[in-house]
Design a protein around this ligand. Structure first.
Ligand SMILES: [Mn+2]
Length: 261
């Protein structure tokens, strides 16, 4: 339990910045190989889109997971659902949608990279579709999106993960679309009720604090991403935001989590 525990938020294709940040935290060596020893490192999803080398980031994280013998792992973010949905369904219209919707359109609007689609292999797909969307580590509830929509899949971490795996291993476009839509919602813990909302989520799923990516810290503070140099604790201390907006000029934060949670 005393091993160091780190999280990294939304990388969005910025492989070089990620490698430098992990090296600066002594988790990878100058060649980009794992040297973190007992440390545990969780990525909170959104490896792809909006940046040059999303597949490179996925391959790097897959390699670290192997080199670290599982101490490095990752959650699925909404952009992984988008990447895979685009790959699987392309411009097919979502049958149950009231107005025309497709993964192709959303993918284009949300920074999808053709080069990532072209390089996506079955090995990447198998690895991504077997990652969790939620996990709890030492009292930290790790999640990609700052939303309560996860609870629509179940009342426990296992139920939620199983439900999402069922969707991602299946061929139901409506279900896939709902998965993307739910995980794209945000800001559940902001505002005067934020702490109560976080408590509600922690009460159901467990953990003593929420740690999330997905929503850029600078937007919450109303400053430029360049001004961010650490994670943001908010909602009366119950929530930690770690996405510093790498794709919009912010730093790649490698955040060490406390043990007294
Ligand atoms: Mn996201």
């Amino acid at each position: 339990m005393d091993r160091p525990l780190f999280v990294v938020g939304d990388v969005h294709g910025h492989l070089a910045e990620l490698t430098r940040a992990l090296h600066a935290s002594d988790l990878v060596d100058a060649d980009g190989d794992w040297c973190g020893g007992d440390a545990e490192l969780w990525f909170l999803g959104d490896f792809v889109d909006r940046g040059p080398d999303g597949i490179g980031v996925i391959e790097f994280v897959m390699r670290l997971a192997e080199q670290s013998e599982g101490r490095v792992d990752a959650l699925i973010g909404n952009h992984e659902v988008l990447l895979l949905g685009m790959h699987r369904f392309g411009d097919r219209n979502v049958p149950g949608a009231p107005t025309p919707r497709s993964f192709a359109r959303s993918w284009l609007l949300n920074g999808g990279m053709r080069s990532d689609q072209d390089r996506l292999t079955d090995a990447h797909i198998d690895w991504l579709t077997s990652r969790q969307v939620l996990t709890e580590v030492d009292g930290h509830l790790l999640m990609h999106s700052d939303t309560l929509a996860y609870l629509e899949w179940g009342d426990t971490i296992d139920e939620v993960n199983e439900a999402v795996w069922d969707v991602l291993k299946g061929d139901d476009l409506d279900h896939w679309w709902e998965c993307w839509r739910k995980m794209t919602t945000r800001y559940a813990f902001r505002g005067p009720d934020g702490a109560a909302v976080a408590d509600e989520l922690l009460e159901v799923l467990g953990g003593r604090e929420v740690v999330h990516g997905h929503s850029v810290i600078a937007d919450q503070l109303g400053v430029a991403p360049e001004q961010i140099d650490g994670p943001l604790r908010y909602a009366d201390g119950r929530v930690l935001a770690v996405d510093a907006g790498l794709y919009s000029g912010g730093p790649c934060l490698v955040v060490e989590l406390d043990h007294d949670y």
